[in-house]
Design a protein around this ligand. Structure first.
Ligand code: 3NM
Length: 216
């Protein structure tokens, strides 16, 4: 296996669905299946927040979600938990700035996809030097989903990173909805990652379709 190409990575980032069981009142496997039917291009298992699962329960849920991704040909990424990613033979890992040494994580996961959250130019440059395949940048809009989110940077911040010479795949995150997604596209991101726009939607399939339509 070789590291993923930037072109392929950009394709996967278009509508990047992130979720864990605390984000959804309906069972997550069902919501993921519906979101995939609507066209989401990548999934991240992020089991965080109130009453999140741990240990074997978390592993069992992750295993089921990975199978759904595999059956539908979309990559399965695990947030933070490198051990779980390896146990489940996930397609990749996404880590924040406080989740350990990125270069060491790259060593452990080999050529799997590695995403890193970055909030400024310096963090972006360091993440790339350490082996990131893509950057997550946000929050681009206010969000209630992540209690410890940084200050809102706005969608145009990604255009600023581009001007500073960061040309790698970037996915925007934070408060993205059907009604503001067009600003993410014009802000020069390669994709949008969403939690509540899909998990809290009446119909996750329709929500995913509407987000995907913004790219077309
Ligand atoms: N990371 P929603 S914002 C998981 O800024 C996450 O790095 C963020 O959820 C960051 O789509 C965020 O419901 C929450 O706003 C995204």
């Amino acid at each position: 296996m070789a590291r993923i190409s930037s072109d392929k990575m950009r394709d996967y980032l278009k509508v990047y669905f992130i979720a864990g069981s605390p984000n959804s009142t309906n069972p997550l496997p069902q919501v993921l299946q519906q979101a995939i039917e609507g066209g989401v291009t990548l999934f991240q298992f992020r089991e965080k927040g109130k009453d999140h699962l741990q240990g074997k329960d978390k592993e069992a849920l992750g295993k089921g979600l990975k199978k759904i991704c595999k059956d539908n040909n979309i990559p399965f990424i695990v947030n933070d938990d490198v051990d779980l990613a390896i146990t489940l033979d996930a397609d990749g890992v996404h880590v924040g700035q406080d989740d350990g040494n990125v270069a060491a994580i790259r060593e452990r996961i080999g050529d799997r996809i590695l995403g890193v959250s970055a909030h400024n130019y310096e963090e972006a440059v360091q993440a790339l030097a350490d082996g990131a395949d893509y950057l997550g940048v946000g929050p681009v809009f206010p969000t209630d989903t992540k209690a410890d989110a940084e200050d809102v940077c706005g969608p145009d911040f990604i255009a600023e990173l581009r001007e500073q010479g960061i040309h790698v795949p970037i996915v925007a995150i934070g408060g993205i909805t059907e009604s503001n997604a067009d600003q993410v596209v014009s802000g020069k991101a390669d994709g949008m990652s969403v939690i509540s726009a899909i998990t809290k939607a009446e119909d996750p399939t329709v929500a995913a379709k509407n987000l995907l339509r913004v790219w077309k």
